[in-house]
Design a protein around this ligand. Structure first.
Ligand code: MG
Length: 269
């Protein structure tokens, strides 16, 4: 008995979805806050999408993309400002302070997290329904990952804050891989720390070596805080959505191994 079990994050580890999530966020934000976006000309929209690639490391859950696109507009267009933080705010400051900014703007915009999550999901569903190939084409799997998944001999689980049905559609359509639904833990299945505990507690996983691959340093630090998860090998993917500063910090944490993309693909085999 035994073998290797890999719990894999989705966005930023398997799939580069930043183009798609930025465009979905723009679509959703225009529905939610039309008065903010009616003055957004296409040059500003291009700037927003470019900046979204820079700030992507702060996003934990998809709906935060909506907050970010509106905040970026507020930085550029003073007349639509409703938050106290936008004046003079820099991209670096967003990267540095997102966890503090997020509750402030949610409150000042009088917004509700769950309503934004639902809206974001609905906008994606509509995009998928009306233009499946366009939606899929806005995503890409990192080089070598699709083959690595297809030929993996390890037990694979997906542990993501994305809604499971979107991860499933991308795995099938872009990577040509079907991962059974009971192996995809998506948004709503609880914090990743809890999912990892569940996986390690399953009788069929007794004796397995446990590996968790993430691109978000904060998530790995949460795992380290939980003594029950001491048995997991933790990896930070260098190719995903993290900053140079975070990679440097990760190097100083003995529990975390930094992983290059090519080594990741080899590991799954
Ligand atoms: Mg990720």
């Amino acid at each position: 008995m035994g073998g290797d079990l890999y719990a894999l994050d989705f966005d930023g580890v398997l799939c580069d979805s930043c183009g798609e999530s930025s465009l979905s966020a723009l679509k959703a934000a225009k529905i939610r806050w039309p008065w903010v976006f009616e003055r957004v000309v296409s040059a500003l929209e291009t700037w927003i999408v470019d900046q979204m690639h820079v700030v992507r490391p702060v996003v934990e859950t998809g709906y935060e993309n909506l907050l970010l696109v509106r905040l970026l507009v507020e930085i550029q267009v003073p007349s639509v400002r409703k938050s106290s933080v936008a004046d003079g705010l820099t991209i670096e400051a967003i990267l540095e302070n997102w966890s503090k900014l997020k509750p402030i703007i949610l409150k000042e915009w009088d917004e509700d997290r769950d309503a934004l999550i639902n809206l974001f999901g609905r906008v994606r569903d509509e995009w998928i329904e009306n233009d499946l190939s366009g939606w899929i084409g806005a995503n890409r799997f990192y080089p070598g990952v699709a083959d690595a998944l297809r030929f993996a001999s390890s037990q694979l689980y997906i542990v993501t804050t994305k809604q499971a049905r979107f991860a499933d559609a991308l795995l099938r359509e872009l990577a040509g891989v079907t991962i059974p639904a009971d192996r995809i833990y998506g948004l709503g299945t609880g914090p990743k720390v809890k999912v990892l505990q569940q996986l390690q507690g399953m009788p069929e996983h007794e004796g397995f070596s446990l590996h968790f691959v993430e691109d978000r340093l904060a998530t790995l630090k949460n795992v380290i805080k939980e003594p029950a998860l001491d048995g997991w090998n933790l990896y930070l993917g260098r190719w995903g959505y993290n900053t140079e500063k975070e990679r440097e910090e990760a190097e100083s944490i003995p529990r975390i191994q930094l992983l290059d993309l090519s080594d990741f693909s080899k590991k799954l085999k």
